[in-house]
Design a protein. Structure first.
Length: 454
């Protein structure tokens, strides 16, 4: 006689569903977890019944780790999951297991499913899965120099850039590589928010003050993400300053990330800024079209997708905001491929991109002119006047560069809108700024700040 579903299994699965429902959207929960239940449990393996192959594939690829982690929260003896495809009409008769298809999954190698609590590193973030292009090659080169001599070159390393550009991936790849290569080195990753919370917790318990001060000093490599969240937190900054000095003086490698250059983080102590500047500060800019295409190709290999060069170029050209949106678009494509059971054509992909891509903000020529003029504290009207004053020329050229580079506005249109200038003047301004950005880091930083304001 085959084992049957029991009330214990129902109770366990309800607890898991309750936990998962709190962590994902309602639409996702209803779509992927409806009509699922635990059929049985044998020797540490849970047999999870699902209604069709598509749901099985999606749960296995997208939610397997979440389900397994939640199951283990309630029963630590569970080590693996096998997915059973059970048609809806058989749901009331789970004992009819001869009609079920089983897809065994590997026994749980815990290190592959959980972030290591000893170092907080995500094993999925590696150099092998990091796509290098012109937009991030300097940050990547700095990381490659560090892994050869941790604590000696580029210490500290600070990588900054807008959200979704791969900063966390790169700094954790650094940590994972050092941890694997240098067995004697202790690596630890955390966010600045966690650091601040730890400090606050220690303040309220005098017995924890000393332990907090020593907690992070034992590591050979300390990686701190999103340091901009320390802005205005004076005491937390003070503790970081002392921790920094201790690690640096002992040749311990320190790695930071931020969404902006430390000079532009408000309410950040100057002594911390000077410590960051003592090492290497490098940005990850927006990926260019060629790099976005390379990222799409790399992600298609991970998803086993078969996309034509035309489709890859279309995605890379259309979804141009950040890497996370590229991944979100590809996830939508994967979903449609699984649903239809066949490869998609360019028309299908255009419909998906139209529905999933973030709408672009409508920006006019004068919107950009206004932001640039405000940034340099000059009169907006002067940007369009026939003047060669030094304080106006550079902002005007920069505005023309942004309009062409970021919004692909034609040279004649830019010239017409900005005082009726000839298109050759606009081309000259564009090329001049483009060349100067290669050697002028201050101008590059000013450009990054202006872009964040538009």
């Amino acid at each position: 006689m085959q084992p049957t579903q029991t009330p214990d299994y129902v109770g366990l699965w309800n607890k898991v569903l309750t936990e998962i429902e709190l962590s994902i959207s309602g639409a996702n929960f209803k779509t992927w977890f409806r009509d699922t239940y635990i059929d049985r449990q044998e020797e540490g393996t849970v047999f999870l019944a699902v209604p069709n192959p598509f749901v099985k594939t999606w749960l296995l690829d997208k939610f397997h780790k979440t389900i397994l982690r939640s199951l283990r929260n309630f029963d630590e003896n569970i080590r693996a999951i096998e997915y059973l495809i059970v048609k809806n009409e058989n749901k009331a008769k789970p004992e009819q297991t001869q009609q079920k298809q089983t897809t065994p999954t590997k026994e749980l190698p815990l290190a592959d499913f959980y972030i290591n609590k000893d170092d907080n590193l995500n094993p999925r973030y590696t150099f092998e899965t990091f796509v290098v292009g012109p937009f991030n090659e300097l940050a990547y080169a700095a990381s490659q120099a560090i892994i050869k001599k941790p604590g000696v070159v580029y210490n500290p390393l600070l990588i900054y850039g807008d959200t979704g550009r791969g900063k966390t991936h790169l700094i954790q790849a650094l940590g994972n590589y050092i941890k694997t290569t240098y067995k004697n080195k202790k690596v630890f990753y955390l966010t600045s928010e966690k650091f601040a919370l730890d400090y606050i917790s220690s303040v309220h318990d005098p017995q924890k003050v000393n332990s907090f001060k020593e907690k992070y000093r034992k590591y050979d490599v300390l990686i701190m993400d999103d340091i901009q969240f320390l802005a205005g937190k004076e005491k937390s900054q003070e503790e970081l300053f002392h921790l920094f000095n201790n690690l640096y003086d002992n040749n311990k490698q320190i790695i930071f990330s931020s969404d902006k250059h430390p000079n532009y983080i408000p309410n950040l102590e100057n002594r911390l800024r000077s410590r960051f500047a003592a090492g290497m500060i490098v940005d990850i800019s927006a990926p260019d079209q060629e790099s976005r295409a390379a990222i799409v190709r790399a992600k298609t290999l991970l998803h086993n997708l078969n996309l034509s060069p035309e489709i890859i170029d279309y995605i890379a050209t259309t979804v141009d905001s950040n890497i996370r949106e590229l991944e979100g678009t590809l996830n939508s494509i994967v979903c449609q491929v699984e649903l239809k059971g066949k490869d998609l054509n360019i028309s299908d992909v255009k419909n998906i991109v139209k529905g999933s891509a973030k709408p672009k903000k409508a920006v006019s020529v004068m919107d950009v002119v206004k932001v640039v003029a405000g940034f340099y504290n000059i009169e907006e009207d002067s940007m369009c006047k026939k003047t060669r004053h030094k304080e106006v020329v550079k902002p005007r050229q920069l505005a023309m560069y942004i309009l062409r580079e970021d919004f692909n506005i034609s040279y004649p249109t830019i010239g017409q809108k900005m005082g009726g200038r000839d298109h050759t003047t606009v081309i000259h301004s564009y090329e001049k700024i483009k060349e100067e950005l290669k050697i002028n880091s201050i101008l590059a930083e000013e450009l990054a700040q202006i872009r964040s304001m538009i």
